[in-house]
Design a protein around this ligand. Structure first.
Ligand code: AP5
Ligand code: MG
Length: 216
């Protein structure tokens, strides 16, 4: 039976950072809806064009587009043993669509680690984040600096600051998270699949907690 892990938490809490690490430990592919949208934008696809206007404002991309994109990605052979989802689902409509899809694949959402941190922490992390152009590897000017400024340690590509990491957009993203995504905390808690993790600590401490709740 495949294993599906949903990493839940506000913008900047460290979902992508932890997913990169946990994907190596579990062997599950890291599927980030944000990365998939950014890839579509880079490749100038129709989906990318539609998603960009929402992302730049800090709004969610409509459910219909997001659900179709995830369905296609999870159907690929590399997800046959399951996946580590980062940034999806983000609304109850998406969560119900995921349940339906995973039933088709003979699986279900097994674990939902929910990482939380204060608003001050989120803002500081997003304002200091640098992301790799080629594959989305994540750095922080203070907490996880690259060996060479502006260059990705992993693949040597250039680092850039995400368009939606501007101060005004960050506040909008955090508000949208509390309005539209936070209800998923109760949704998964009621099913007994939620584990709460204190994200206001170092990257290593958060990884240790995550691996413990995932039984690794
Ligand atoms: P997405 O790309 O998913 O962004 P997000 O959820 O806002 O989260 P972030 O990627 O900003 O943060 P993160 O939690 O991954 O933190 P990170 O590890 O980078 O989505 C972008 C947009 O796409 C959305 O706004 C929406 O428009 C659209 N979208 C995506 N999914 C969608 C969906 N399902 N439905 C509709 N629309 C969707 O870490 C942040 C920084 O902190 C880094 O610099 C890192 O080095 C540092 N850091 C991490 N952990 C620690 C730590 N413990 N201590 C110190 N520093 C740390
Ligand atoms: Mg991310």
């Amino acid at each position: 039976m495949p294993t599906y892990i949903v990493l839940l938490g506000p913008p900047g809490v460290g979902k992508g950072t932890q997913a990169e690490i946990i994907a190596k430990t579990t062997g599950l592919p890291h599927i980030s809806s944000g990365d998939l949208f950014r890839e579509n934008i880079k490749n100038a696809t129709k989906l990318g064009e539609m998603a960009q206007s929402f992302m730049n404002k800090g709004e969610l991309v409509p459910d219909e587009l997001t659900i179709a994109m995830i369905r296609e990605r999870l159907s690929r052979p590399d997800c046959s043993a399951g996946a580590l989802l980062d940034g999806y689902p983000r609304t109850t409509v998406q969560a119900r669509a995921l349940d339906k899809l995973l039933t088709e694949f003979g699986g279900k959402v097994n674990h939902v680690p929910y990482i939380a941190a204060s608003k001050a922490t989120l803002t500081e992390r997003l304002s200091g984040r640098w992301t790799c152009k080629a594959q989305g590897h994540i750095f922080h000017v203070k907490y996880n600096p690259p060996k060479k400024a502006g260059i990705c340690d992993m693949d040597g590509s250039k680092l850039y600051q995400r368009e939606d990491d501007k101060v005004e957009t960050v506040s909008r993203r955090i508000k949208v998270y509390f309005d539209q995504t936070a209800p998923l905390i109760t949704f998964y808690r009621q099913r007994g699949s939620l584990s709460e993790i204190d994200g206001d600590r170092s990257i290593e401490q958060v990884t240790a907690d995550l691996l413990a709740v995932l039984g690794n």
